[in-house]
Design a binder for this molecule. Structure first.
Ligand SMILES: [Zn+2]
Ligand SMILES: [Zn+2]
Length: 143
């Protein structure tokens, strides 16, 4: 369902559907800025975020966002230091290094499994936690 929101960039009211909360006009501008940054980084792989920002007139925050979203990749020799949010190793794009993203994905799967197993263990069957939850709600209601 589209709803009326304020654009994060220009503060104008627009019909928001999905994705980043910016209006169509700003989306177009952002695409142009992305192209400028991408071209600049390709031509000047040794530039820092500050230099890229100054030369392309794109805010450093937006450049970081492009990097985190994995849309932009820095060169091996680039002084732009992007770090894995989990282990701090230097990465070229995105939020996590390859080994951490693999590890996080499998952690999430095993965490879900452990949760289910611990529910079953507590009362010996799967309906256990649901009954416990109901008892708790009844208790608080009485109080
Ligand atoms: Zn806008
Ligand atoms: Zn990592």
């Amino acid at each position: 369902m589209p709803e009326v929101r304020n654009c994060h960039r220009c503060k104008k009211i627009f019909m928001y559907v999905t994705g980043p909360q910016i209006c169509d006009a700003c989306k177009k501008i952002e695409e142009q800025e992305f192209e400028r940054v991408r071209t600049f980084v390709r031509d000047f792989p040794g530039a820092t975020i500050q230099e890229v920002s100054r030369e392309t007139e794109v805010s450093a925050n937006l450049i970081y966002r492009f990097l985190k979203e994995g849309r932009l990749e820095v060169a091996e020799s680039s002084p732009i230091a992007l770090q894995c949010e989990n282990c701090g190793v230097r990465i070229k794009s995105g939020r996590f290094c390859v080994s951490c993203s693999k590890k996080l994905a499998s952690d999430m799967i095993s965490a879900g499994r452990t949760l289910k197993e611990s529910f079953r263990d507590r009362d010996g069957n799967e309906t256990g936690p649901r009954e416990g939850g109901l008892r708790y709600i009844h208790g608080t209601k009485k109080d």
